[in-house]
Design a protein around this ligand. Structure first.
Ligand code: FES
Length: 151
């Protein structure tokens, strides 16, 4: 169970600000690590919009998530430069290896898309638990994942 008092305070802080909904959702995610479903009702109420509208905003922006991350978080760049250097094949390999689709999370693993790490010259790029890896091939990924899981 999450601390609802904190969530109410955050909603209160942003509900009257222009563009406050995005700020509020970012803050909720910053505090809890994700946007807990219990906070969606109070967010909708606070901003005087429907729950569906709050869900709409959450699903529109790739950065928001409604579940806690798995222990290992894998993020792969899906933007143009990385695609031109094989990120699509890499993504398919990673999906198969992890048994997850993009955006899915289990207790152990999370797989997320990123739209440019700002490291395009060394494409394709991916991040494992916050560490950026450049020019990653399929075999590289297998080794990186092993190392990360064992550490
Ligand atoms: S396109 Fe992948 S890092 Fe920029």
């Amino acid at each position: 169970m999450i601390n609802m008092e904190k969530a109410l305070h955050i909603v209160d802080q942003y509900k009257d600000l222009k563009g406050g909904l995005l700020e509020c959702l970012h803050e909720l995610q910053h505090i809890y690590g994700y946007i807990p479903k219990e906070t969606i009702d109070i967010t909708a109420e606070g901003f005087n919009i429907s729950r569906a509208e709050v869900h709409g905003v959450i699903s529109y922006y790739h950065d928001f998530r409604t579940k806690p991350h798995g222990k290992t978080v894998v993020r792969i760049c899906q933007a143009e430069a990385c695609q031109a250097m094989g990120s699509r094949a890499l993504t398919n390999h990673v999906k198969e290896k992890l048994g997850l689709d993009m955006g899915e999370t289990t207790e152990d693993l999370t797989l997320e898309p990123v739209y440019c790490f700002g490291n395009c010259a060394l494409s394709p790029n991916m991040e494992i638990n916050g560490k950026l890896h450049a020019r990653v091939g399929q075999d590289d990924f297998d080794q990186l994942l092993m190392k990360e899981i064992e550490s």
